[in-house]
Design a protein around this ligand. Sequence first.
Ligand SMILES: Cc1cc2nc3c(=O)[nH]c(=O)nc-3n(C[C@H](O)[C@H](O)[C@H](O)COP(=O)(O)OP(=O)(O)OC[C@H]3O[C@@H](n4cnc5c(N)ncnc54)[C@H](O)[C@@H]3O)c2cc1C
Length: 478
Amino acid sequence: MGSATDVYAQLKEQLKSSKAEILFPSDGEKYEESIKRWSEHCEKRAACVVKISSADDASATVKFVKENKIPFVVRGGGHSTSGSASIEDGLVIDLSLMRGVTVNPEKKTVRAEGGALWVDVDEAAAQYGLATVGGTVNHTGVGGLTLGGGYGYLSGKYGLTIDNLLQVEIVLASGEQVIASETENPDLFWAIRGAGQNFGVVTAFTFRGYEQTNQVFAGPLIFLPDKLPQVVEFMNKFQTKNDGNQAFLLGFTCPPPAHAPVVLTQVFHNGTQEEGNAFFKDLIDLGPVANMTSMMPYEKLNAAMNEGQGFGGRKMFGGGAYKLPLAPPFVQALFDEFIGFSTTQPAMTDSILLFETIPYAKVVEVPNEKMAFSNRGEYYNLATMIKWANPALDDTVREFSRALLKKASQSAGVVQDEKVRSTEGVGVYGNYVNPDVPASEVYGGNAKKLAELKGKYDPENLFDRGTRLVPRPVVVVN
Ligand SMILES: Cc1cc2nc3c(=O)[nH]c(=O)nc-3n(C[C@H](O)[C@H](O)[C@H](O)COP(=O)(O)OP(=O)(O)OC[C@H]3O[C@@H](n4cnc5c(N)ncnc54)[C@H](O)[C@@H]3O)c2cc1C
């Protein structure tokens, strides 16, 4: 092997007739921009960033890193807080030039390139009166969100993002370009739906689209903390009252400008204003300090929470679960603990503990064995999103979040211990946790089959940055 510069010169030569951009630390601003991530603590100084422009570029780059034994990662939208899309000294296969979306209105399908963001999908589909199940913040990447499962406002009606994934075009560890669907490479398709980050570079996703021509009713209702018990009572009733066309998010946070604790709710109804106001009447009657609900086109809905969710600063997601009904004193104790922690530092006040009451009836129609994703059960996702500034607090934040979520999940009736768990899902959403969590915690009974499929599709474990399905290879540094 030659010097690092010689090695990358070979890659440049191989990609010279493509539109790929190859960036090095010496490239200044362009390089610095390319290593930016949603959370600052995931920014690492890669030796080389390859912005690929096609599946052929992906193949050539994968073959190159394999041949030269260069550690690498894949970057979709750059939103994971696990650090799995960034690397110190290695190579980044960056998909940000591949954001094209095409819609087939006859077949009602939407094909998005591997680096597309949800805004690209939402807006392209809307031109044909269609929508699919995408993320609730539209600058999130289609790649990571889909490969890990995918929850959105439409999940109550249509299930998870992966339940609406028809096929992927993927570059495997061998550099080969294949299709995975129910009929082509079905075992690979099984693995990709939940553990996709471990199996290759997905250069395109094809989703089922649904007619979505009506506007939707949505927006935040903000309450003072003394209303928390009644808001919890509303959430308990929501569970039996919804028909899959609604969603209800409950968050604890201290938002700007006042940075005082509030009970933040976000409501959604896929229907008219009258219906929405009637469905959420008991909540509205509690007297929110702010009612910002309105009618909006579906493609604007996923932009509604973009503000305050941009790149920059240190941030971390953590995941747990809860069952309804919840006792108001139990939720009050979580409120006190979370707000207590997030007010210890000025940079943390904007953090949030989020109860994502997205109806699960449709999600649990699919058994956990049907695909790698194993978080289907009669419970909801609980998430922490903690913001902070001081790197010295990295471990403190992680430990607080983990302990709170574990305690909350177990007290709220969701068992996350494999020994006691039966047919229910794992109680952990893989996209909200770090890759150091054991595979059995994220994939439960599916972990064994995933390890076997790794042996078939990526025997050298080149794609080793997601949840570890097999042990990482030992890297010998000369
Ligand atoms: C503000 C915000 C809002 C969110 N809202 C939701 C939500 O509503 N619903 C939900 O389910 N989740 C949500 N999430 C979590 C989200 O699913 C994860 O953060 C996800 O990892 C983001 O994907 P990405 O492509 O942007 O991230 P990246 O960091 O780029 O990638 C995440 C992982 O996927 C891999 N990857 C990405 N693209 C590809 C590809 N094309 N081929 C192969 N591997 C790839 C990367 O290598 C990495 O391991 C949210 C996250 C944030 C930060």
